[in-house]
Write a protein that binds this ligand. Structure first.
Ligand code: HEM
Length: 465
């Protein structure tokens, strides 16, 4: 039986990060080997749906990374768990607490947090980036642990603990480092004082352990004194009290909560940063959205989620932002449990399966001129929303992102409120010429622009005219 596509020997970095023209060069489904690991790259929505959605019982594992998971204390992290009963318990908690109807309970909190975001940008517009990152952290910490961030993020020990761990996780999960640690486990013992010592597993285990323990223990202490409000942690514990019985359920809840922070904070903030970049580059899109908002909402209140149905162009901007530069461009790799055959081609057991979300978003047959930011592609000739939504940017099958409903409300609300209150403009240089932002992009599991020049200006004078 033939192997799918071209046999292509890749090094780890290229296989994970050079995904731009894979479909053109190699076809819809590609086999490659990443340092000896079988890997299948799915370049089209059709192939991803056929395998990851329709055959999900065989495509919902993750890659076994025993050299990383145990030594770095990731044994209770939803993302890396295999397709086991423990993972199913995690997903049941996510479903119970963050499914579409359950996520609406967090809307009042999201309205408060977006109002704070607008206020902070009004007071110090030059620090918009920090305000956005604070916003995404504050929404997730509230939703998961009912934790209110301190005024200064530097003084918030909970936030600092999780940020330290995230920094480490992003580094050890970079493709080359993950492979290096897997192939040469000895590097885990490099003392922290030597160059490269940041991969030290003993230190990693402490840092990652704190990420799960510190906010969770704080929440448990609040629960005991009756101060804990509604959040994922309290709803999950109520589940176990009422109906759901399982040994070690406390570890499940702790794992769910710690993973949700790690998976939700950066993705939400990064999507908003991509949106700001799109707005700087496209003043005409911004102006059209602002006139829609002014017409529908008026100028004496902030838009809210009840306005969504009347703001199709804003919704189209949301969809185009997800599509234009997907923040998790190769989603998270799945793995097969058993061998399989697809369209006559053999797929090995325990193969990595990488959904090339980037290629799907750049498919010129579905999205003409895919590199341009054009929200109108999601509207019909009458200006109504088309049925198309790039929901595949949230992944596939049983592993689909369980935080997507919360994420959508947070991102949409922040976008519409920023648009209603501010103009996002290019800066000018000393000679008065416009500076065209052309940022570098982060690489790794997530991808978003590094710092770029832009000016955020309150619209109040313009609106009052
Ligand atoms: C714009 C924001 C977000 C994007 C683009 C995003 C995207 C993704 C993607 C692509 C995956 C991989 C799915 C797969 O394996 O097929 C994923 C997994 C996951 N996401 Fe999100 N996500 C976002 C926000 C969130 C939020 C807010 C939370 C939590 C509240 C969250 C929690 C998770 C978890 C726990 C997983 C792992 C699921 C599993 O392995 O079973 N995400 N996300």
């Amino acid at each position: 039986m033939p192997i799918i596509g071209n046999l292509h020997q890749m090094d780890a970095e290229r296989a994970w990060l050079t995904y731009t023209d894979w479909k053109e060069k190699y076809g819809d489904v590609v086999y490659c080997s990443i340092l000896g690991q079988d890997a299948i790259i799915l370049n089209t929505e059709k192939a991803a749906e056929d395998l990851l959605n329709h055959r999900s019982s065989n495509y919902s594992d993750r890659l076994d990374l025993p050299a990383i998971i145990g030594p770095y204390g990731l044994t209770i992290d939803t993302i890396v768990l295999n397709h086991t009963d423990t993972w199913r318990a995690h997903r049941r908690v996510f479903h119970q607490t963050l499914r579409s109807e359950a996520a609406t309970a967090y809307r009042p909190m999201q309205l408060r947090r977006t109002a704070e975001l607008v206020e902070r940008i009004t007071n110090s517009p030059e620090a918009w980036w920090d305000h956005i990152r604070r916003f995404s952290a504050s929404v997730i910490l509230s939703a998961i642990y009912d934790h209110d961030l301190s005024d200064s993020t530097e003084d918030d020990s909970t936030l600092q603990t999780v940020l330290t761990a995230l920094e480490l996780l992003v580094r050890i999960f970079s493709p080359s480092t993950a492979m290096l640690i897997t192939k040469m486990p000895i590097v885990r013992s490099i003392p922290t004082w030597l160059p490269g010592g940041w991969v030290n597993a003993k230190q990693g285990q402490k840092v990652v352990g704190d990420m799960f323990d510190v906010p969770y223990n704080l929440f448990r202490a609040k629960l005991e004194t009756g101060e804990a409000g509604k959040c994922v942690a309290s709803d999950a514990l109520a589940m176990s009290r009422d109906t759901y019985k399982m040994d070690n359920f406390d570890d499940v809840v702790k794992g769910v909560c710690g993973t949700a922070y790690a998976a939700g904070e950066e993705t939400t903030g990064a999507t908003l940063i991509i949106f700001i970049l799109a707005m700087v580059l496209h003043p005409e899109v911004q102006a059209r959205a602002q006139s829609e908002i002014d017409e529908v909402v008026g100028t004496d209140r902030l838009p809210d989620l009840d306005d969504k149905g009347s703001l199709p162009y804003v919704e189209a901007i949301y969809r185009e932002t997800l599509r234009w530069k997907p923040v998790v461009p190769t989603a998270i790799q799945h793995a097969t449990t058993e061998e399989d055959v697809y369209n006559g081609y053999y797929i090995p057991k325990k193969a990595l399966v990488i959904p090339n979300v980037w290629a799907m978003t750049q498919n010129p047959d579905k999205y003409p001129s895919p590199a341009s930011f054009n929200p109108s592609r999601f509207l019909d000739a009458e200006g109504n929303l088309s049925g198309d939504e790039p929901s595949y940017v949230f992944g596939f099958g049983r592993r689909i992102c369980p935080g997507r409903h919360l994420a959508k409300d947070s991102v949409w609300l922040a976008m519409v409120r920023i648009l209603s209150m501010f103009r996002i403009e290019k800066t000018t240089d000393a000679a008065g010429r416009m500076v065209e932002p052309n940022p570098e992009w982060t690489t790794g599991i997530t991808s978003y622009p590094k710092a770029f020049p832009c000016k955020v200006v309150p619209r109040c004078e313009e609106v009052l005219k």
